[in-house]
Ligand binder design. Structure first.
Ligand code: FES
Length: 149
């Protein structure tokens, strides 16, 4: 189904079909991507969780600390849909008594850009050149690591 357009845009499907599917899996340039439709917005991210390669496709979505997050079904790590941040609950031991709060670990999951034109939906892969932890579970090497995890 992959059809690359100028500007690195990959046609990933018709808007109506992707809305109905809610979660769609695509392989673009050898990268496995999850496209999510949630509350009228499309998101695209690496399909395998940065923690140990869990399949995010089946994760629930919840709002945590004002961010929509997908919850990895494997060990329940929380990843924000919009920017791929790892979100965790922790306490500051300097606080007396310590109160659990949500914190960000920074961007852990690679996020891709989704656009829509006349009912056609496109994904542009992230061009961020820095290492993002979810990169580890992509490609041939990632396949081996996912099998081990
Ligand atoms: Fe996703 Fe561990 S693999 S939480």
């Amino acid at each position: 189904m992959e059809k690359e357009q100028p500007g690195g845009l990959h046609f990933v499907g018709k808007k109506d079909e992707l809305i109905e599917a809610k979660r769609s899996f695509r392989t673009l340039e050898g990268r496995d991507i999850l496209i999510i439709y949630h509350q009228t917005v499309f998101y695209a991210m690496d399909s395998y969780c940065y923690h140990a390669g869990g399949a995010l496709e089946n994760g629930d979505i919840e709002e945590i600390a004002d961010k929509l997050c997908i919850i990895c079904p494997k060990h329940k790590y929380k990843i924000s849909l919009a920017d791929g941040e790892g979100i965790y609950k922790g306490t500051d031991p300097r606080e007396k008594p310590p109160v659990p709060r949500w914190y960000s670990k920074g961007v852990k999951q690679r996020i891709h850009t989704v656009t829509e034109t006349n009912g056609d939906v496109y994904v542009k892969l992230s061009e961020d050149t820095c290492w993002i932890e979810s990169d580890f579970y992509q490609g041939e090497k990632g396949k081996v690591e996912r099998a081990k995890a």
